[in-house]
Design a protein around this ligand. Structure first.
Ligand code: KG4
Ligand code: ZN
Length: 347
């Protein structure tokens, strides 16, 4: 049993919930940087049987798990619900049925307890993950957000103040990793599989195209690259040649990394901020991190990234974003709804 805790009386304690895709995640975050608990109930095994996330299964699993995961997060943090300052919940973008579980649960807990509710943008959460382990990181900085659903170049002007300067025109970077991994028979999720198999391959074996978007220097396009990889594999198979999976994976990965680094460094030079950060699931990629480390050293800007576990979906990042929204006075009403295609910077 947890006893009454006066220690936290002047602290801002955020109970954060994240259910936008295939992780049921709940965390308790203190004063925007200290993670007291971060529980992630992953459904990856369930979905890997189908080669990708099945939305209906994701929603059902969130419903089954969200109460227990919340209890576990409070217990691990040694915090009682009544000591929580605000409840932060991801309300978009993501799978609408999955988001609705977290949003409905958060609204119910908020209504029953009287604790204020704050709806959080998932991408704002990913960016905020950088504040957890990098205690010296402060806006302004340029941030590249690369996940399964998003590839955005963002200017972080202030805590919670964003300007999107570039985005993907087609596939997100993580989506490209997942699709190519499936084509190579590496399973789901594809990013970690390609990351690991690429270590055995030659990134210069095949020169895949580095997509550019005319007239939009900070935008990305990965569909041409994806088609080129699939065409290369098909033509090798038709000629009866062996497809060297590690070489294809490493060459594909190199092409993605090159494009992301080139566009990002262009933004770093243009805006002149002293720091650059990456966020989102793809930010866990080893080769991407190494390339950014080198590029940032060359540009003489500080390079920040969350540790791998905080790059992929989690609720601690939502708690950090929730803290900053709370400090700005943002509160959501009980009409808060899940918004599958929520744009960054919108409320
Ligand atoms: O941020 P996230 O957990 O979920 C979304 O908001 O989409 O990102 C998941 C994506 C997946 O596409 C996964 O393949 C990719 O991140 N990913 C990686 C790595 N780890 C996860 N991509 C490349 N290399 C990795 N090590
Ligand atoms: Zn995410």
């Amino acid at each position: 049993m947890i006893t009454e805790n006066h220690e936290f009386m002047n602290d801002v304690l955020i109970l954060a919930l994240e259910s936008s895709c295939d992780e049921t995640a709940v965390a308790v975050v203190k004063n925007g940087r200290d993670v007291l608990s971060n529980v992630i109930d992953s459904q990856i095994k369930l979905h890997s049987e189908y080669g990708g996330v099945v939305p209906e299964i994701a929603s059902r699993k969130h419903i089954e798990r969200i109460s227990q995961v919340t209890e576990k997060a409070l217990t691990e943090a040694q915090i009682k619900l009544k000591d929580i300052t605000a409840i932060a919940v991801t309300y978009g973008p993501g799978l609408v049925g999955a988001l609705l579980v977290g949003v409905s649960f958060a609204k119910a807990v908020s209504f029953a307890s009287g604790i204020p509710l704050i709806g959080i943008h998932h991408i704002e959460g990913h960016i905020s993950a950088n504040y957890i382990e990098n205690k010296d990181l402060r806006p302004p900085f340029v941030c590249l957000v690369v996940s399964g659903g998003h590839s955005h170049l963002v200017i972080v002007r202030d805590y919670g103040g964003y300007e999107v300067i570039g985005r993907t025109r087609d596939d997100a970077a993580g989506e490209a990793f997942d699709k190519i991994a499936r084509a190579l028979g590496l399973g789901y999720p594809g990013g970690p599989a390609i990351d690991s198999v690429s270590r055995e391959g030659n990134p210069e074996a095949i020169c895949f195209p580095r997509g550019k978007v005319d007239g939009a220097e900070f935008d990305f396009s990965f569909s041409g690259l994806k088609s080129a990889v699939i065409n290369t594999m098909n033509s090798s198979r038709m000629k009866g040649e062996e497809v060297k999976v590690a070489d294809v994976a490493a060459s594909f990965q190199r092409a993605v990394v090159d494009v992301l680094v080139e566009r990002s460094m262009e933004a770093v030079r243009r805006y002149g901020f002293p720091a650059f950060a990456i966020a989102g699931g793809v930010a866990a990629n080893t080769s991407l991190r190494e390339a950014f480390q080198a590029a940032c050293e060359k540009e003489r800007v500080a390079f920040y990234h969350p540790s791998s576990g905080l790059c992929t979906d989690n609720a601690a990042m939502i708690g950090v974003a929730g803290y900053h929204e709370f400090r700005k006075g943002v509160r959501s009403g009980y009409d808060l709804n899940a918004v599958a295609d929520l744009k960054i910077g919108m409320r």
